[in-house]
Design a protein around this ligand. Structure first.
Ligand code: ADP
Ligand code: TZD
Ligand code: MG
Length: 583
């Protein structure tokens, strides 16, 4: 045990036995500052120099959720931030632990999730002269390019301000990941207790409303009123804003069809008559005025350009970030505001009958939806042996339709793309997935973050490759007895399980895993329930039972190794060397 640890522990003991002390230290000030600002949970992995910070958090009544890898701890913090609008806090050790967490912090920034990674760091004077300290790294500067903001606290009396600044940066404007560096010296430093208390800051209104300019609302309504084929696209910014009732009211009052981006599914139920998801390509290609609400025109929307979009489409964009406007296509009617304020302004300004959606447009969408739904029904109803994505997902879809409050975490390639299309969501912010980066490895972290934050059941639908990135957190799920059911879509590989080594050697292909793996056995090692299923009936039964039990479970779901396609539904983004054609 280090000197710092001993000192802090002895303080803990004496604070249990005796009355208030004249001194406090950096460890206590961090905890006090977090608690003062309503932060009650830390996700992390302990070690030098933050071992006692985690212990102290528990001693002081906070929850500390300990992970097996910092990336998952970071992902849990990030999704907690998305779900609660309060920054999720991830705690990491110096250098390698910090870097492990940084992937999640960068992913949070990219997705606009409020998160703070607090990391202990080594001695500044040794780092700066590169004299080789234990876990030496210039962490703050390493973090800067990947974060919304990065701060370092060099004096214990600045901890309160450091945490206040981190909270403001994480949740204001477009939310994001913030790095807060706490040196070992600062953590261990003593400070007069009163001076310490007085140095803390309770933040006031860290995510202030951003009221839209009235003329921006008028301009947008006019554009929509003159549209022939209007469309609304809801993104995860709209889900994050938690303005659910006003968004629904605007959509229903105007009658404009809408398309939810993946994490905005359920903002209005997917079976809503105005939902155009089943006619996605059709509406993107045909719409003449598109209102983006908390969605970026990035790769996920083909950058708003042909061939997916009409060349003449004009845009309304509601976004809190002024620099998002015109980033890919010119925006005719920008509304820079927080979505809650914007939607209530739209509702207040909308005149009765101002926007009328032409029946021809509504009917064309309904016809196309019907056509696509019938086509999809054929593959959903087929019952191939072994199961393919559609037949397995139909079983999950139907079971989840009977369990509408369940959170769905989803990653993989085919496993992601099929599940997104097949599984309907009925409630806001219930679908959590690979998001803006299409990153693998969010699965168990997001599942744990959602379960810890909400206490609600979670079903994680995972490609077998995707699962491997965070699979060890199955132990974390069992340790905290979380109501998480993980379903591993086991097709034996990345995209497919039948790829071969093109060199003909004995090594397996770069794309495949051990055949007939039994992922269900993993969870049994930690006392969870494992199921191995090979048909939709078995899957339905296992999922129904495990959801009802509310206990950790893993279902190994055998999928035809030949069922997937390269890169799932984004094959077009995959440059080919020509070797893949030799299959
Ligand atoms: P999706 O991937 O679902 O299309 P994106 O993450 O690309 O969504 O876009 C979300 C957008 O929402 C971002 O441009 C972000 O600035 C914006 N945003 C996030 N929160 C709010 C909010 N409360 N009010 C307005 N805009 C927001
Ligand atoms: N590493 C990281 C961090 N993110 C990534 N997106 C990838 C690698 C590349 N990648 C994908 O884009 S999807 C995927 C990888 C490795 C896994 C696909 O296999 P799966 O799903 O088993 O999860 P399917 O059902 O077999 O397609
Ligand atoms: Mg796979």
């Amino acid at each position: 045990m280090s000197a710092i640890e001993q000192k802090s522990l002895s303080e803990l003991e004496s604070s249990n036995g005796q009355k208030a002390q004249a001194l406090t230290d950096g460890f206590h000030l961090v905890i006090d500052a977090l608690k003062l600002n309503g932060i009650d949970t830390i996700y992390g992995v302990p070690g030098i120099p933050i071992t006692d910070l985690a212990r102290l958090a528990q001693a002081e009544g906070m929850r500390f959720i300990g992970f097996r890898h910092e990336q998952s701890a970071g992902n849990a913090a990030a999704i907690a931030g998305y779900l609660t609008k309060k920054p999720g806090v991830c705690l990491t050790v110096s250098a390698p632990g910090f870097l492990n967490g940084l992937v999640a912090l960068a992913n949070a920034t990219t997705n606009g999730f409020p998160m703070i990674q607090i990391s202990g760091s080594s001695e500044r004077h040794i780092i700066d002269l590169q004299q080789g300290d234990y876990e030496e790294l210039d962490q703050m500067n390493a973090a800067k390019p990947y974060t919304k903001a990065a701060y370092r606290v060099n004096r214990p009396e600045d901890i309160g301000v450091g945490i206040a600044r981190a909270i403001h940066a994480a949740v204001s404007g477009r939310p994001g990941g913030v790095y807060l560096d706490l040196t070992a010296n600062v953590l261990g430093a003593a400070l007069d207790a009163d001076a310490g208390t007085n140095s803390l800051v309770r933040v006031v209104d860290p995510a202030p409303r951003q009221i839209p300019a009235p003329e921006s609302i008028e301009r947008a309504l006019e554009l929509l009123a003159n549209a022939q084929r209007p469309l609304i696209i809801l993104g995860k910014g709209a889900a994050y804003a938690q303005a659910d009732a006003d968004i629904r009211s605007f959509i229903e009052t105007t009658g404009i069809p809408y398309l939810p981006m993946s994490m905005a599914k359920g903002l209005l139920p997917d079976n809503h008559p105005q939902c155009a998801a089943a006619a996605r390509s059709f509406v993107l290609g045909q719409a003449d005025v598109v209102m983006l609400i908390g969605a970026r025109l990035n790769w996920l929307l083909g950058h708003g350009k042909p061939p997916q979009w009409s060349p003449n489409v004009r845009f309304v964009q509601v976004d809190i970030s002024p620099t998002e406007i015109d980033s890919n296509r010119p925006i005719a009617a920008p509304v820079v505001a927080d979505i809650g304020s914007a939607m209530s302004a739209f509702l207040a300004a909308l005149k009765p009958g101002q926007i009328k959606v032409q029946a021809a447009w509504t009917k064309a969408i309904a016809d196309r939806k019907q056509h696509n739904i019938e086509r999809m029904a054929a593959s959903l109803d087929a019952n191939p042996n072994p199961m393919n994505y559609s037949s397995a997902l139909r079983a999950i879809r139907d079971t989840l339709a009977r369990n509408k409050g369940v959170y769905v975490v989803n990653e993989g390639a085919n496993t992601l793309d099929f599940a997104r299309n097949i599984i309907d969501m009925y409630e806001p912010r219930k679908r959590l997935d690979t998001g803006t980066w299409g990153v693998m490895g969010i699965g168990m972290g997001y599942a744990i973050g959602a379960a810890v934050t909400t206490g609600k059941p979670v079903v994680a639908i995972e490609g077998d490759s995707a699962f491997g990135f965070s699979g060890m957190e199955i132990e974390t799920i069992c340790r905290y007895s979380l109501p998480v059911v993980t379903i591993v879509f086991n097709n034996g590989g990345i995209y497919r399980g039948d790829d071969v080594n093109r060199g003909g050697g004995t090594d397996p292909s770069s794309m495949t895993f051990v055949k007939d793996s039994r992922y269900d056995k993993l969870i049994e090692a930690f006392g969870g329930t494992g199921h191995h299923v090979t048909d939709p009936q078995g899957l339905t039964k296992a999922l129904t039972e495990t959801l009802a039990s509310g206990k950790p479970a893993l279902i190994n779901c055998v999928i035809d190794p030949t069922a997937g396609t390269e890169s799932g539904h984004i094959t077009n983004l995959n440059p080919h060397s020509g070797i893949s054609e030799k299959k």
